[in-house]
Design a protein around this ligand. Structure first.
Ligand SMILES: O=C(O)CCC(=O)C(=O)O
Ligand SMILES: [Fe+2]
Length: 200
């Protein structure tokens, strides 16, 4: 399903059944109990509004010394494995035998957002980034590969999956806001976004 005139930006609305979403929620609860959410800060010291964790070989961190992939949780423990329920979505939608080595987990509480950015810390842009939305809906903004270009927005709801590959792999994107308490998937409100990436 093409979106915009951005080749390679594929939106799979309602891709995940409610049983799939429940399974993911259960599996992710385990991941974040092993690798608790933390709040990265940007170089200026300001805390990001999104809380993060990860599974797989790599997670992502940002603090006073900049942002980077790291091979263990900031508390020193190893990242948990990426759950099979998550990996199977990649296997079904991405035509490569390579598995993602990072499942970044973003949690958006009330008022959280993410500024426009490119995902460009990975070694090989021929692999797409696959994004899974769970819980509260998010207003997702996407533009072209140049900062300051034209952008468009779409709502990403629980169970939606987006693949950013091809020309869209380096598209600027971000989350303007979430519709807090719009979903009943979790016991608590908020939005979880998973992004699957091949890092190195
Ligand atoms: O939350 C989202 O939908 C996007 C997250 C994102 O862009 C990122 O983690 O790099
Ligand atoms: Fe991103």
């Amino acid at each position: 399903m093409p979106f915009l005139d951005l080749a390679g930006f594929q939106v799979y609305k309602s891709y995940l059944s409610s049983a799939d979403q429940q399974q993911l929620a259960t599996d992710l609860r385990q991941v974040v109990s092993a690798a608790p959410m933390f709040s990265p800060s940007v170089k200026t010291g300001a805390q990001m509004s999104v809380r993060m964790s990860a599974a797989g070989k790599y997670g992502w961190h940002s603090d006073a010394s900049g942002y980077r992939y790291i091979d263990h949780h900031p508390n020193g423990t190893a990242w948990p494995d990426i759950p099979d329920s998550v990996l199977s979505i990649w296997q079904n939608l991405v035509s490569t035998s390579r598995e993602p080595d990072c499942c970044l987990i973003n949690f958006y509480g009330e008022g959280a957002k993410m500024g426009l950015h490119q995902d460009n810390d990975e070694a090989d842009y021929s692999y797409p980034v696959l994004s899974i939305s769970l819980g509260d809906s998010a207003l997702f903004r996407v533009g072209g590969t140049q900062r300051g270009g034209k952008t468009q927005s779409i709502w990403l709801d629980s169970g939606d999956v987006v693949v950013m590959g091809g020309d869209a792999r380096l598209a600027y994107h971000g989350v303007d806001r979430i519709k807090f308490a719009s979903s009943r998937l979790f016991n608590a409100h908020g939005r979880l976004n998973l992004t699957l990436r091949v890092v190195d």
